[in-house]
Write a protein that binds this ligand. Structure first.
Ligand code: 5RP
Length: 230
């Protein structure tokens, strides 16, 4: 798993809190990243205690973690609905707009988080911002790399092809795509940027999640803050 900043204790508090929203019998979307992993571990404990749930993983890494934790898995094609999804974020703003895709799993994450009846975001306090501003991960069909890059630049972005850490060349996602990290600066109109990115031929998915999160659980030094405020 990639290394991110933030406090492990805060992440764990957020993950454990999110699992309190899961009911026995639920189909659960399993997010990707170090914070979502804490929820997967807590779900494993719930399964050991007798919960009958099934997980739908958003990445190969998450599939492996869920198997290690003894969580029965299913596939999106095999279920009528996903009751709840729990997933992390790289940034969360005041409107619960998210930037995701630090682990390049945002394409599957968006599908699963968007169709879940309830989508719960788990984060530590380092992820909270007034306005999202991190480069937006955009996954792209490999054959469309050059035209998509030009199109992204025409929208005002500075796209950087994500390089692999321990392989020469680019990151290839679980779906076989490339990722451009697109710096736009501070994103005031997230809906408009989201639509522009989604409309580029060759773009598979982007990591700006607008109006998708239902609840945000933020682990703090001594507890968990829930947004919208309960
Ligand atoms: C993966 C994601 C992750 O949820 C996001 O990068 C946050 O990761 P972490 O909890 O490790 O900080 O979007 O594609």
């Amino acid at each position: 798993m990639k290394t991110t900043g933030g406090s492990d204790e805060q992440k764990q508090r957020a993950g454990e809190k999110a699992v309190e929203y899961v009911n026995d019998g639920d189909i659960v979307g399993l997010g990707t990243g170090s914070t979502a992993a804490t929820a997967i571990d807590a779900l494993g404990d719930a399964v050991t205690a007798g919960y009958d749930i099934r997980g739908v993983p958003t990445s190969l890494a998450t599939r492996d973690r869920a198997i290690e934790q003894g969580i029965p898995l299913t596939q999106i094609e095999a279920v009528d609905q996903i009751d709840i999804a729990i997933d992390g974020a790289d940034q969360v703003d005041n409107e619960s707009t998210l930037i995701k895709g630090g682990g390049a799993a945002h394409a599957r994450e968006k599908v699963i988080d968007a169709i879940a009846d309830q989508f719960i975001v788990v984060a530590d306090t380092s992820k909270l911002v007034e306005t999202v501003s991190e480069p937006i991960p955009v996954s792209v069909l490999p054959m469309a790399q050059t035209p998509v890059k030009r199109h992204l630049e025409s929208l005002g972005a500075t796209p950087t092809l994500r390089s692999a850490d321990r392989k020469d060349g680019p990151v290839i996602t679980d779906n076989g795509n490339l990722v451009f990290d697109c710096a736009f600066g501070s994103i005031e109109d997230a809906e408009s940027v989201s639509q522009s990115l989604a409309g580029i031929p060759g773009v598979v998915a982007h990591g700006l999640f607008v109006d998708l999160a239902d609840i945000v659980c933020v682990g703090t030094e001594d507890g968990v803050d829930i947004y919208p405020k309960e």
